[in-house]
Design a protein around this ligand. Structure first.
Ligand SMILES: [Zn+2]
Ligand SMILES: [Zn+2]
Length: 248
């Protein structure tokens, strides 16, 4: 599996990165996980605009899904013609969330460009990927995903506060792509995001091989978040960047 970061800024785009978007490739199949603000632009540095086989949206906050609006135009008006409707997986309400972002609801419901597949947490097969989703600890339904193919495993946290279910999901993963939005503080509100320390603790409890930190908010102290995670995990920890790519 190949993981490429299209965007990793939490909550709003930063000067160095769009919001969340990840390209996961295996056997020629291209799955995009999340398509937050600006990530559609970065996608085109890596693959053609139409060379996506499926999308999985973790949750319906704009920093994870809003570029589906822009992507609907890119697919409908592409000079090579309208391609087959793209499978878009996501929690209940995904279709209505995207449709409601238009000044007038699209008369065809976007069904000419997107094949919305609203799914509950659970097991899903998408192309060559076996995917298990669990609900995280976040104000709206958010899916953390364990993605497996070719005997390898990648777990993505989505957005979450402290979450034992995420630890179980990530258990023994080769790569754990985990949000670490802010530095640790007793003043952080519960049930929204993880600190660097908490991301490291989740990785340690899950016994993962590598921890990749993502979803840092642009004004947070990235060096401190990384140091916290390293101290708590003790294993291989890195912070991802827009455009970074790794073999899982
Ligand atoms: Zn987010
Ligand atoms: Zn969120």
């Amino acid at each position: 599996m190949q993981l490429t970061v299209l965007g990793c800024a939490g909550t709003f785009p930063g000067p160095e990165s769009p919001c969340s978007g990840y390209l996961v490739e295996h056997d020629g199949f291209r799955l995009v996980v999340d398509l937050g603000a600006g990530s559609l632009g970065a996608l085109q540095r890596h693959v053609g605009l139409l060379d996506v086989d499926a999308v999985y949206i973790s949750h319906l906050h704009a920093d994870h899904c809003i570029d589906l609006v822009a992507y609907s135009y890119a697919r409908r008006y592409h000079p090579s013609g309208v391609p087959p409707a793209l499978p878009v997986y996501g929690p209940a309400g995904t279709r209505a969330r995207i449709e409601s972002s238009f000044e007038e609801p699209p008369t065809n419901g976007l069904l000419d460009v997107f094949d919305f597949r609203e799914v509950p947490p659970g097991e899903h097969r998408i192309g060559p990927f076996e995917i298990r989703a669990v609900r995280t600890n976040h104000p709206i339904e958010c899916h953390a995903l364990r993605i497996e193919a070719g005997g390898r495993s990648l777990t993505y946290s989505g957005d979450t506060g402290e979450c034992p279910e995420l630890v179980e999901l990530a258990r023994g993963s080769d790569v754990f792509l985990c949000e670490a939005s802010w530095t640790d503080s007793p003043d952080n509100p519960p049930g929204i995001h993880l600190s660097g320390r908490q991301a490291g603790e989740h990785a340690a409890r899950a016994g993962v091989e590598r921890l990749l930190l993502t979803h840092l908010v642009a004004w947070s102290d990235a060096a401190s978040i990384l140091a916290e995670a390293k101290e708590a995990f003790g294993g291989d920890v890195e912070r991802v960047a827009c455009g970074s790519s790794t073999t899982v």
